[in-house]
Write a protein that binds this ligand. Structure first.
Ligand SMILES: Cc1ncc(COP(=O)(O)O)c(C=O)c1O
Length: 401
C-alpha cells in the first residue's frame, strides 16, 4: 500500500525497472500501488482517474469486494490440475459462454494472442479435415491488431511489429478494413479463414460496418472459409452488448476473447460452432495452464455480472454520455469522436503523446491507439461524474495546448 512505499523507494523502483526489466514499454514516472473503483493511486497517494483499465481489462474496476471474494474463494479451491483432468469450474464457464453466445464449444487459453493462434489453427484444421490441404490463407485487415505471437503478429499489419521479426507465419493476406471490394479480391479458394475485430482497438477504434461484416459472412460462406471475430478488446460488455457483433446481426464461426474475462487474471477463450470444433481431435491442440480452475472460477463471476442487462445498459448510457461530452470540447486539433459504449476514440490532427503526458499531471490515465488517437477503455463501472471530471480536465489541457 502507499504508506509503505516512500518517495526514495519509488525512485529506486523506477531505477531498478530501468536496469532489470526489458525496455519494451515507455512508462510514466510513478508507481501505482492500489486502486479503488475506477481510481488508481500512486506511491505518493496521488489519485488518477483510470480511462485505460489495464488496456480494456478491469471491467469491474479496482478493489471490488465481490470480485475479491470470488478470487479468495477460488484460491482456497483447486488452483491447477492441467487439462488432463475434468474440473468443474472450466466446464461451468464453458456452459455459461455457450449459453450466452452463438457458440457450441469453447477452448480456453491464457491470453488474447494465444486465443488467436488457436483460431488460426482451428480454421486451417477445418480445411485440412475437408481434404483441401492447400487452403491455408488467413485474411486480415488494415489497422488490425491480433497479438504479438508469430501467427497473430503476421495478421497485425504494422511495420513496427513485424519488420524485424521475419519470417512470420506464411499465408497472411491483407485487405482493406470496411472495403468489401478489397475483401472480395482477398478471399478465395485458398482462404482458410478471415479474422476481424468488429471494432478495432489498437488500430484506432474503427467500427466495422454491419454491411461489411455481412459481406464477409457471405464471402466466407461462398468460399468455405471460417469467419473469426476477435473480440479480445471489444467483447464482453464493452460496447453495451455482451458481444460487439450483436450490434450487427452477423455471427462468426469462431470468436476469441481474453482481457476482461477473469477480471484481471490471465485467461483467453476460443468460442466456436460444432462445425469448427468437430475438426479438432484429442491431442491436436493444448495448453498447460489454459482454463485452470482458479481463473475459470473467477471468470464465471465476471461473466455473470457483466452479462446482467442493467450492467450493459449502464455501459451504453455512460458511453453515450462520454461521446456526447467529448464532442463538446472545442479545439482546432480535435478531428473526431467515435466508438460504441465504452470503447471510444478522440482523434486529433496531431500526435497525442503530449496530451496523455499532461493527463498524468492532471490525474488522468489515458492511452493512445496509434499516433493520433486517444483511446478511452475505462472500467465499465465508470459513471457520468467521472466523465464530467475527464472532460473538465481535457478542456483545460486542450485550451493550454
Ligand atoms: C483485439 C486484440 N486481439 C488480441 C490482443 C492480444 O491480446 P494479449 O495481449 O492478451 O495477447 C489484443 C491486445 O491488445 C487485442 O486488442
Amino acid at each position: 500500500m502507499s504508506a509503505t512505499i516512500t518517495p526514495t523507494m519509488t525512485d529506486q523502483l523506477i531505477q531498478d525497472e530501468n536496469d532489470h526489466v526489458v525496455q519494451t514499454y515507455k512508462r510514466p514516472p510513478f508507481v501505482i500501488v492500489h486502486g479503488e473503483g475506477s481510481t488508481l493511486f500512486d506511491s505518493e497517494g496521488k489519485p488518477y482517474q483510470d480511462w485505460v483499465a489495464g488496456i480494456a481489462v478491469n471491467a469491474l474496476g479496482y478493489n471490488d469486494a465481490r470480485l475479491t471474494q470470488a478470487i479468495q474463494a477460488a484460491a482456497t479451491g483447486l488452483i491447477h490440475t492441467s487439462n488432463l483432468y475434468y474440473t468443474a469450474p472450466q466446464i461451468e464457464l464453458a456452459n455459461m459462454l455457450v449459453e450466452k453466445s452463438f457458440a457450441d464449444r469453447v477452448f480456453f487459453s491464457n491470453t488474447g494472442a494465444e486465443a488467436n493462434e488457436g483460431a488460426i489453427k482451428f480454421a486451417r484444421k477445418v480445411q485440412y479435415e475437408k481434404g483441401t490441404h492447400d487452403k491455408t490463407e488467413i485474411v486480415c485487415f488494415t489497422g488490425a491488431f491480433h497479438g504479438r505471437t508469430m501467427g497473430a503478429v503476421a495478421l497485425t499489419p504494422k511495420e513496427k511489429y513485424q519488420k524485424a521479426f521475419m519470417p512470420l507465419m506464411p499465408g497472411a493476406v491483407l485487405a482493406e478494413f470496411n472495403n468489401l471490394e478489397s475483401a472480395k479480391a482477398a478471399i478465395g479458394s485458398k482462404t482458410a479463414g478471415v479474422i476481424i475485430e468488429p471494432i478495432q482497438g489498437e488500430g484506432g477504434i474503427n467500427v466495422a460496418t454491419p454491411e461489411f461484416l455481412k459481406g464477409l459472412r457471405e464471402l466466407c460462406d461462398q468460399n468455405g472459409a471460417v469467419l473469426i471475430f476477435d473480440e479480445v478488446q471489444c467483447g464482453l460488455g464493452r460496447t453495451g452488448k455482451l458481444w460487439a457483433h450483436e450490434w450487427t446481426g452477423v455471427t462468426p464461426d469462431i470468436m476469441t476473447l481474453a482481457k476482461p474475462l477473469a477480471g484481471g487474471l490471465p485467461i483467453g477463450a476460443i468460442l466456436m460452432t460444432n462445425a469448427v470444433a468437430n475438426a479438432m481431435h484429442a491431442g491436436e491442440h493444448g495448453t498447460t495452464f489454459g482454463g485452470g480452475p482458479l481463473v475459470t472460477s473467477v471468470a464465471k463471476h465476471v461473466v455473470q455480472r457483466i452479462s446482467q442487462p442493467e450492467f450493459l445498459a449502464h455501459v451504453t448510457e455512460v458511453g453515450d454520455y462520454l461521446m456526447e461530452r467529448l464532442s463538446e470540447i472545442n479545439s482546432p486539433i480535435i478531428k473526431e469522436v467515435r466508438g460504441k459504449g465504452l470503447i471510444v476514440a478522440l482523434e486529433l490532427t496531431t500526435d497525442v503523446s503530449n496530451i496523455i503526458e499532461q493527463g498524468y499531471e492532471q490525474g488522468l490515465l489515458m492511452v493512445n491507439a496509434g499516433t493520433n488517437v486517444i483511446r478511452f477503455v475505462p472500467p465499465l463501472i465508470i459513471d457520468k461524474a467521472n466523465v464530467d471530471n475527464l472532460v473538465d480536465k481535457l478542456t483545460m489541457i486542450f485550451s493550454a495546448t
